[in-house]
Design a protein around this ligand. Structure first.
Ligand SMILES: [Zn+2]
Length: 754
């Protein structure tokens, strides 16, 4: 068989699952691609993996399968050799992904049945004669029943947390990032990975291209930099076998078992590479090699189907694919119900060589899984989707306290109305004054009481609705360095990759740049970067627009996560309730988002540092008219979804109330002039009309205050001239704006009185 690297196999697997319903419901496991990206960051991980594989080759020279058969295989139950303390972190956004304690327990029970060879579906394991070549001479006996192992590993939810507090081994974190499932998310809630096996449960896992992943593990090789991400991550509906995850549903219940196998150093059986039967496959000899054949319509056939296997002395013959193996992708009646004896041997080697701190007696006492507390008080937990808002807005709070029965809930809302509430679900709370406020929840149950205080959890912004000046650009803040003082903010999903001032721009001196992130792409994929404006009072402006310029080149994703382009997205939103809700005003996606071309020209290799050298490399985004609400409290948000492309630049972010770029073009076509300008006594406003129009000319001061009508009436085609006189409007020295309304279209022009 020719070399097929892991990535390709995974992709072929994904293609095969789309093409053939019979193997459509495979596990999508992201372990290999996760390791590839981890090894990019921490080369020692790759070296450690190679070293372990080499050590294992030596180890298996003395491997005897009989050493790994247990009394349990004779129908007796043996005590586990290894007990592993577990913590389950549930990342949720108050949705169904906040799975119950019972569902978590069902997964721990299922894992223990899987690893102790106690599952009821073990009866489906096959044995028999197999003739690999239809007309060939040889038939081979195979017996997967007798190869199945009691791995002698038991998993127990921790009873003490790292600080020695009582725990049920479950941590719940409310976060909108539950749909990311990446390494950065893990780091927001992780217990010492040398003492606890960390399992993270999320709503969905997005890595690279958008094909959904059910779970992924971190291999045991190479700690150091990767220690804080060590563990497994699984989507909620493949974790446990009750609640949101049930046998028979599309996801299968053994996903978590599969990932734990990886965490203990097992590879996929289809991990075949340079030769037909070498150990650079899955590293163990009692799983027949398998191969995802994208054109196969018979997933139950032996998919290696290559005679060369039959000449292989060490792994002959090419037996039927071991669909029984937890580590393969098969589903169906006989799928996913066993680890083999040699897989057990390999996992034991990982446990004794690498993961030995977990199961030491000292650690089992530290984590409370032996002699730990019997019961713990419940834990008070809550959140809101609206942490920052304006006075008088209503805020909803959601309780997600956990850890046993709760009989009373006592809430305290500093600065809120009402200020206290007793019960699980409080009414909406109104905050009347600006400031930062604590929220407190105390829960009480039969096992005790706990109180959670979130300090300065709620921020109520002052009513700083600013009134823009009529006329030219108001918020061209880019070059001023004080945009944050003006109330503009950046927000990030993950704060490691931020905008920074950069001395290349559409105009003037600088723009803001979000630097591409080729070295940590899996953690950056899908991150949102937002620029949010302060509130503006636009209620008195008939013409309103918001614009900015950006420059961006799409990128070539590293092959480790799928290769090719993905979909970046640039969106503009407005809010009229202080950012509590946002309305989408424009979305730019696909290759249209690129400012350097379309098709292949839209893409620049990530190894090249994209710099928009001139104005042709920039694009304008403009929203105007009804898309900019005529309201007293308008906020704007520019949101960029990073998907692995090149650098992104932002410049000339502007809010205008009369003159926008579209209108500037109109102004040029009518040749609007004021002469002289500046003027001391009077100036002549001239413009050209191509047809008869209804025209009005208004005068405003620099704050946008209306001073009066200069002219109003119908005019014929041709050059028109209207005089503006300082005494008529009692103008002092300063800047003013005249606004022309021609057939409903407005434009303005700055005039200066000396
Ligand atoms: Zn896997």
């Amino acid at each position: 068989m020719k070399k097929l690297d892991m990535k390709k196999l995974l992709l072929i697997g994904a293609l095969a699952m789309m093409g053939h319903a019979s193997i459509a419901q495979v596990h999508r496991c992201g372990t290999d691609e996760h390791f590839e990206s981890l090894a990019n960051q921490y080369p020692e991980a790759k070296a450690a993996k190679q070293k372990f594989d080499a050590d294992y080759l030596n180890f298996r020279a003395n491997y005897n399968p009989n050493d790994y058969k247990t009394a349990q295989q004779l129908g007796k139950k043996a005590n586990p050799k290894f007990i592993i303390p577990v913590v389950v972190h549930v990342f949720h956004n108050n949705g169904s992904e906040n799975i119950t304690e019972a569902q978590i327990n069902s997964e721990i029970n299922f894992l223990n049945k899987s690893f102790r060879n106690l599952n009821s579906d073990t009866v489906n394991r096959r044995k028999g004669w197999f003739k690999p070549v239809a007309n060939g001479p040889d038939s081979f006996w195979y017996d997967y029943k007798s190869l199945a192992a009691d791995v002698e590993v038991e998993f127990r939810l921790a009873k003490k947390d790292p600080q020695g507090n009582c725990t049920n081994g479950i941590v719940r974190i409310a976060t909108p990032l539950t749909s990311k499932g990446n390494d950065d998310l893990k780091k927001t809630s992780v217990w010492d990975t040398k003492r606890y096996f960390n399992m993270w449960v999320v709503r969905s896992i997005n890595r690279g291209n958008s094909i959904g992943i059910a779970g992924y593990a971190q291999f045991p090789f190479g700690f150091g930099g990767g220690a804080s991400t060590d563990g497994i991550m699984v989507i909620h509906n493949e974790f446990g076998n009750i609640g949101t995850s049930q046998p028979g549903q599309t996801p299968t219940v053994s996903t978590t078992t599969h990932e734990v196998g990886h965490w203990l150093g097992l590879y996929h059986p289809f991990q075949i590479s340079t030769d037909s039967c070498g150990l650079d496959g899955d590293g163990v000899m009692d799983t027949p090699p398998t191969y995802f054949n994208p054109s196969s319509t018979e997933p139950l056939r032996n998919r290696c189907n290559n005679k060369s296997f039959n000449t292989c002395s060490s792994e002959k013959p090419d037996l039927p694919d071991m669909q029984e193996a937890y580590m393969d992708y098969f589903i169906g009646n006989c799928a996913s119900n066993m680890f083999t004896l040699e897989q057990k041997a390999r996992m034991h080697k990982v446990l004794t060589d690498i993961r030995k701190t977990l199961w030491s007696e000292e650690n089992l006492r530290f984590t409370g899984v032996i002699d730990g507390p019997a019961t713990c008080p419940p834990l008070a937990a809550f959140n809101t989707q609206t942490q920052v808002t304006c006075a008088k807005q209503k805020i909803s709070f959601t309780d997600f306290s956990y850890g046993g029965t709760i009989s009373t809930y006592e809430w305290t809302f500093e600065g809120g109305d009402p200020a206290t509430f007793t019960g699980k679900t409080p009414p909406q709370i109104t905050y009347n004054n600006p400031g930062k406020f604590d929220v407190t929840l105390k829960v009480t149950g039969p096992n005790g009481t706990s109180t959670t205080v979130l300090n300065d959890y709620i921020t109520i912004q002052p009513e700083l609705s600013q009134t823009p000046a009529a006329g030219a650009y108001y918020a061209d803040w880019w070059y001023q360095n004080n945009w944050q003082e003006q109330g503009w903010t950046f927000t990030y999903d993950v704060p490691k990759n931020q905008f920074s001032r950069f001395p290349i721009s559409y105009e003037n001196n600088a723009s803001m740049r979000l630097t591409r992130d080729p070295f940590n792409i899996n953690s950056s994929i899908g991150n949102l970067f937002s620029l949010v404006s302060p509130s503006y009072d636009l209620s008195n402006f008939d013409t309103r627009y918001f614009e900015f310029y950006y420059a961006f080149a799409q990128g070539t994703l590293p092959t480790s996560i799928g290769g090719g382009n993905t979909t970046e997205e640039l969106k503009v939103y407005t809010s009229i309730d202080c950012g509590k809700t946002w309305q989408t005003r424009t979305t730019i996606g696909s290759t249209a988002i690129s400012t350097i071309g379309t098709g292949t020209a839209a893409v620049l290799a990530n190894t090249i540092d994209f710099m928009p050298a001139d104005k042709s490399k920039w694009k304008q985004v403009l929203i105007s008219g009804a898309s900019v609400p005529k309201a007293a409290n308008v906020k704007f948000k520019i949101e960029f979804k990073y998907q692995g492309g090149n650098n992104f630049y932002l410049d000339n972010v502007r809010l205008g109330t009369t003159t926008g770029t579209n209108q500037v073009a109109l102004a040029e076509s009518i040749n609007l002039k004021a002469q002289p300008n500046p003027f001391s006594q009077s100036s002549l406003i001239t413009y050209e009309l191509s047809t008869k129009e209804v025209v009005s000319i208004s005068l405003f001061d620099i704050t946008g205050k209306f001073l009066g009508n200069v002219f109003s009436g119908a005019q014929t085609a041709g050059t028109q001239a209207i005089e503006i006189n300082r005494n008529q409007f009692n103008l002092s020295s300063g800047i003013y704006f005249i606004e022309l309304n021609i057939g409903g279209k407005k434009l303005s022009h700055k005039v200066v009185v000396e």
